[in-house]
Design a protein around this ligand. Structure first.
Ligand SMILES: [Zn+2]
Length: 98
């Protein structure tokens, strides 16, 4: 597991800076807009599917309560958001989604 580096200035993102990428989309050192590479888009979609969809289906089939299901879904979403920065890889240019 490795945190991303800026494609322009090679600044190594701290964990906190990687989390801020969700709303900033910029390198904190050189302020250049950073895009996720195609490879990293594919890699981030895998844990997203595993963390959100799969436990969602399991919980939905086992637990008969909408609220328990909602709590599980939110917990998994938060865990996913916390884990995803390790799958980021940045580029200067926008790349195709897949
Ligand atoms: Zn930078």
């Amino acid at each position: 597991m490795k945190l991303p580096t800026c494609a322009t200035c090679q600044h190594s993102f701290s964990y906190q800076e990687s989390i801020q990428y969700y709303w900033k989309r910029k390198c904190p050192a050189c302020e250049t807009k950073q895009y996720l590479t195609t490879k990293s888009n594919v890699r981030t979609s895998i844990p997203t599917v595993v963390f959100i969809l799969f436990p969602g289906f399991v919980v939905f089939n086992l637990v008969d309560s909408f609220w328990i299901y909602t709590c599980f879904a939110i917990s998994f979403l938060i865990i996913t958001l916390l884990v995803l920065p390790f799958f980021f890889e940045f580029s200067n240019e926008r790349q195709a989604l897949f």
